[in-house]
Design a protein around this ligand. Sequence first.
Ligand SMILES: [Fe+2]
Length: 381
Amino acid sequence: MVYYVRQGITTESRHTFDDSTHILKEELFGEESFDGPYSLLYHEREPTRVKSIKRIEKPHLSDGSDEELRHRHLKGSQIKPHGDFISGRTCLMFNDDVEMGLIKPKEQMSYFFRSAINEQLFFVQKGEGELNSSLGTLKFGRGDYIHIPKGTTYQMKCSQGSEFFYVESRERMGIPPRYLNIYGQIKEGSPYYSRDIRHPTLGKPNLEEGDFRVLVDFGDYYLEESRDQHPFDVAGWDGYLFPWAINVSLMAPIVGRLHQPPPVHETFSSKSFMVGTFLPRKYDFHPRAIPISYYHSNIDTDEVLFYSSGNFMSRKGISEGSLTLHVRGLIHGPQPGAVQGAIGKEGTDEVAVMVEAYRPLKLTKEAIAIEDSAYMSSWYT
Ligand SMILES: [Fe+2]
């Protein structure tokens, strides 16, 4: 749940019509059956009209993990642009709950997409574009998070050279509950607020007829719907469930007299992982503060970082677009010399996305192919 939005033409009351000569087709777009957050969409035509349906095989994720468990550095910059926003996804890490990786699309989508099972989160590393969906258009640019609920039919338009870090989750993923008061409003003291969130703007319904394909993701395979009417024929909608975006430049990172632990940077939560954002911020203001992370062993989580921009002072050899995986149970922390080098520094300009997965992550073969094999020994120099 984000907040209530109403756009375009809706009927005066739910489940009724206002004009018997022009009855809008009402769809309940909701999660958790009829109990979760939802919106009511008013289509000009029947949204159930599907000419044909066919199964399309989906490439399986390749488990590339070897026997050795170690901290990893993946050189994300080595992944070359390919495919479109859907086919161009390079999954790097996954478990039964969550999948994450990079997207560097080379082509525009010629079809529509809907995930039947996953919530989707995208961090825009480069480029700009438009998320077009049944609920309207949402423009995006560098530094945006884009959150797309399960069941949203959409098509992404991206500028040339766009790059994204993505997270797909079986469980609902949203604003951390501890940021919300009992009325559902984001509380004072949270790193972002409802005003910072952007929702789609609905234009006129698209009544175009022709050949339209909607690829529906069921995890192990796709079903392709063939339709003769454009899927974005919504005249109006209202409710609490819709795609939304927030730019990290509007977030207010929480700082303290002493080093703050990663949970203060939490941005999204789910039952099986959390997403945090490390942002430009002033360092700790105790006169003898050590302003970077202390050593830790992440018991019960696998910790992924995607390094977006800035100077990652506690990590040697890391550059923009890199990812690291710090596995549970093996201690990690600043590399040799980093603590001494950090003392007296007043702030950081880093932007990084963190995902802490509560069940162990596997690496794909695509991840192993871009691994910096020297990373584990970077603490022994
Ligand atoms: Fe860590």
